[in-house]
Structures are given as C-alpha cells and as structure tokens.
Design a protein around this ligand. Sequence first.
Ligand SMILES: *Cc1c(COP(=O)(O)O)cnc(C)c1O
Length: 411
Amino acid sequence: MNAPRPKHAPLTQFEVVDDSLVVGGMPLARLAARVGSTPFYAYDRARLDERVAYLRQHLPPEIHLHYAMKANPMSAVVQHMATLVDGIDVASGGELQVALDTIMPPERISFAGPGKSDADLRCAIAAGIILNVEGFGELDRIALAGRELGITAKVAVRVNPDFELKSSGMKMGGGPKQFGVDAERVPEMLRRIGELKLAFEGFHIFSGSQNLKVASLQEAHDKTFELARRLAKDAPGPVLTLNIGGGIGIPYFPGEERIDLAAVGTHLREILPDARRDLPQAQVVMELGRYLVAEAGIYVCRVVERKESRGEVFLVTDGGLHHHLAASGNFGQVIRKNYPVVIGNRVAGGEREVASVVGPLCTPLDLLANQMELAKSGPGDLVVVFQSGAYGLTASPGGFLSHPAAREVLV
Ligand SMILES: *Cc1c(COP(=O)(O)O)cnc(C)c1O
C-alpha cells in the first residue's frame, strides 16, 4: 500500500505497563479518573528531575542553569523547577509574580522582553531582580522608576547579536529584531548606564531557540563569548552575569533526534577558561525553557466519536488546538508535521490502523494527528500527545469556540 511511515524519535520517557502508559506512577486511565475530566495536561516531576540531573552531568559545573518559565508557567511546575535550577527567567510582569512566590532569591531572577510597562519595571526594581534591558527608551524609564523608588536598578544589556544561531527553529537574534540592543550600539548603552548610575550586571545574548544541531550551538557559543569579551571593554563595571542563552531543542517530528548534549558540554568546557580569564567575575548562565520541561509533559484527550469519511478514519476528541495549538501545527511551523501521538490506554493495541485525530472545533485546522498509525480505538479511549510540557496550554487560544478549559496537573 503506502510507503512506510517515518518513525518518531524514540519515546522512552514514560513507562508502558500492560499496554498502558504509566504517568506519575499511575496507569493513564486511573490518572484520568484522578484528574476528574479530560482533556488535561500532566507534567511528571520525576522526568523534570531527570532532565536537570542530565544537564548537570553533561554541562560544566560552573554554568548556572536558569528556567525560562514562559515555556511552562504553571505555578506548581515553576515551584518545582525553583528547587532544581539556579535561577528563573521571566518574560512578563505576571510571570514575575509567580517566580517571586518561589524560593528563588530575587537576584537570581531576570526579566527580559520588549515592551515592559512602567508598572512591570517598578515591580521588578522593588523586587530587586535583574532587568534585561531591551532598548534606550526602556533604560531611561528604568532610571526614572528607580529614582522615584529610591532603589538602584540592576540592569543587564540584552544584546541583539551580530550573528544568528544557525538552523534554529526560531531565530531570536541577528539582523533587525525587536529584541535587545543591536551589538554595534551596545557601547553607547553601556555609557548611558554609567551616566545614569545604574547597577550594571552584565549581558544577555540569546540568539535562537529549538536547535538540534551541535555544530550550530558550538559556533553560537564561540561567537557569544567573543562578543561578550568585546562588549565588556566599554562596560561601566565588571561583567557579573553572562547569560549565553539556551536554544537547545527537543525532537518533535519524524526523523529528528535528541541532541548530543555531551558534545555541547565538552565544547563549553574548552572555551570557558578563556572567558574566565577575560571576564573573571562573570557567572555564566544558560537559560532553557523547552529542553527542561517539554518532554516531561503530555496532553491527554478522550475520543468522543469515531467516524469514517471516504475511506479515512477520524477520531474526534474532546481536545484540540484551543488547548494545544503547537500540536495542531499552527504555532509557527512552516509545514505541518505530526507530534508523537499514541492511544495511551492501548499503546501497541491489538489491531493497528491509520487514523487522524481531530478536535471539536469547526475548523479543519483542528488536527492533532494527520493520518498516523495508531492502535485501533474508539469512544472512551485516551489520546496522548507527547512532547507537550512546553508551549502547550498557555500558548493556545483557549477562548476560541468556547469549549471547556483543559486542566493541568503536576504528578
Ligand atoms: C523563550 C525564551 C527562552 C526559552 O526558549 P526555549 O526554546 O523554550 O528554550 C529563553 N530565553 C529567552 C529570552 C526567551 O525569550
């Protein structure tokens, strides 16, 4: 019949017992009963622990790991991550409040993002966190808010680098960008920070996201340190923090492989001594969102109807793009590809079939799996979308079509 379907990356992060996925120590059907309703997201804290331990094992010990919480801002997740990582990076005033509720000391919280409001800036300065400054206008507003509060604001310069992180899912630096200060204008900003007598913390150089290529990351790390060394010459004080970004991706689609983290770590180990010599007071920080949390999370919805149309099978579920835009292929993907999906209560199943998983929304965009090989299933069965712990619920248009919200649990 058809050519063999390309396989997804091996999904070894969850156990399968008696053909059922086990999440948080429970068979999936029991977990669904414990949650109380479908659809829901479940995040597995053991998987979060493992991922941080794995990073610690492979990255040089002097690198601080920060959690970029926009990947998954559920407060229970952030609370848990705060016990594992060395810092939290927030991207809004709302995220800042969640981060401040954790045990993380404020000096290890940083705030990046264009368009911070005056209210956001005042909260951040009062809290004593580090502001990653995105532009000259913002810098003046920070200085003014600090004067009004009688507090010296801590600032790091977010640099829009003069290079790109090659083969990134999402480029966040290089060329004209709304993020950060163009590298060539950073000396001018550093002078201004000195004039305004703000507390200079260092640099934030974030070049891209969702990268699976070791060579691209290594090259970006080389260029990041080189740029930081060059910029430091004009700094009003020593570089105390050097945030080198993150960008480490995870495999989502058929043919993608997990990144060789050991190779990323080895390269960092090679280049860190130079950085230490030139920037002796700099704490090097790596900020990661998706790599920390994405593989620890699943999205679960229930089959409501099984339909056939002109020879194709459709599993209509109670979940869809209103909860999980990324799995539907509408969150920045150029070509729609399937996330890894299984029938969670019959993983291998008896009979297999090719089916599409759709949601209840009246739009053809509401597609969670397109013509995938799955265990044969019907109403009541539980569809699981893996790699769903990042950019899931809060990156989806929950109000679209007024269906019930999805729950979230940390197990
Ligand atoms: C979104 C973001 C991250 C996290 O990106 P991931 O791909 O989830 O690791 C890190 N830093 C900044 C500044 C961001 O905006």
